[in-house]
Design a protein. Structure first.
Length: 278
DNA sequence: AAACAAACCTGTGCGC
DNA sequence: TGCGCACAGGTTTGTT
């Protein structure tokens, strides 16, 4: 579910609601969400700390804590981080509930339990979360240029969308935004990345930044199943601006002539307009 | 190296 | 209504 814009929306929500708060007590649910260590390690790691700041790298949230600790949260497909008064009943599938000193609870909710939480000494980051070091550049944190994309595409025989989904190439883009970025750049998702010339790469870099920024401004995308919501349970609105994703059979909103088509790339549904995108 | 398949889970929507 | 199946925003592992 959550891609860069949704995770960034959560990050901003958390920054405004939990920075400066202390963790009084922690209730844990399913062991699986703490699989990188254990539920008791997560509870012990959080209890008694104060939240200093909230960082994001690609789809990874990094909550910096006192005591030189960090809590890493990855929402995967169905995870949510919610801040709610502790008096309100917890939703189903609430696997971490951290009581804060202002009476709110920070809650990690995840029906499918693909998501995870781990607390570690910040100095051990490279050991505990080794995939962070392998992430490619984050288009909003690091910026992305035509030259940077040329470097990524160079010497590879790979389809464009597959490259966009590869977190070690570019961090934060998932299935929705890969489709929307390809559309905005007017590039077919299945064309060979190595075939892109300087003009194409320039369009791709601009599309990446503009689509992701617009999506962050809209608070992310909440599809029909409403799985993604922000920390206050609010839906995003960028789904109203999707041009192709999950719109098979509908008329392309950009050219007004093409009908959005569906294909499968890397086991993921892929939507594109055969007229706009070459 | 790239593409593909399956796995991890639960929920929802659709056709019959 | 109920059942069975397809499918869902992610990532990893193993196989062609």
């Amino acid at each position: 579910m959550p891609e860069l814009p949704e995770v960034e929306t959560v990050r901003r929500g958390l920054a405004g609601r939990i920075v400066g708060r202390s963790v009084m007590n922690v209730d844990m649910g399913r062991e699986r969400v703490a699989r990188r260590t254990s539920t008791s390690a997560v509870a012990r790691g959080l209890t008694g700390t104060t939240i200093i700041e909230v960082d994001r790298r690609g789809k990874y949230l990094l909550i910096r804590l006192t005591g030189q600790r960090t809590a890493m949260v990855h929402l995967r497909m169905s995870g949510q981080l919610l801040v709610a008064p502790s008096a309100l009943p917890r939703p189903n599938h609430c696997h971490v509930a951290a009581l804060l000193d202002d009476g709110n609870e920070l809650r990690f909710v995840d029906p499918r339990t693909f998501g995870e939480v781990v607390v570690y000494a910040t100095a051990d980051e490279a050991v505990v979360v080794p995939e962070l070091a392998r992430l490619g550049r984050d288009p909003l944190v690091d910026g992305v240029s035509r030259a940077a994309l040329a470097e990524i595409c160079r010497g590879r025989r790979r389809r464009l969308k597959s490259l966009l989904l590869d977190q070690t190439a570019i961090a934060g883009i998932g299935n929705i935004y890969a489709d929307e970025i390809c559309h905005r750049a007017r590039l077919r998702p299945d064309r060979q990345a190595a075939s892109l010339d300087g003009r194409h790469l320039q369009r791709l870099a601009e599309a990446m930044v503009s689509v992701l920024n617009a999506a962050v401004s809209a608070g992310g995308s909440t599809l029909g199943d409403a799985q993604y919501v922000g920390v206050d349970g609010q839906a995003g609105s960028f789904q109203d601006e999707h041009r192709v994703h999950a719109r098979a059979g509908l008329r392309c909103g950009t050219c007004g002539r093409g009908i959005v088509r569906r294909m499968v790339i890397d086991q993921r549904s892929t939507y594109w307009c055969g007229i706009c995108q070459r």
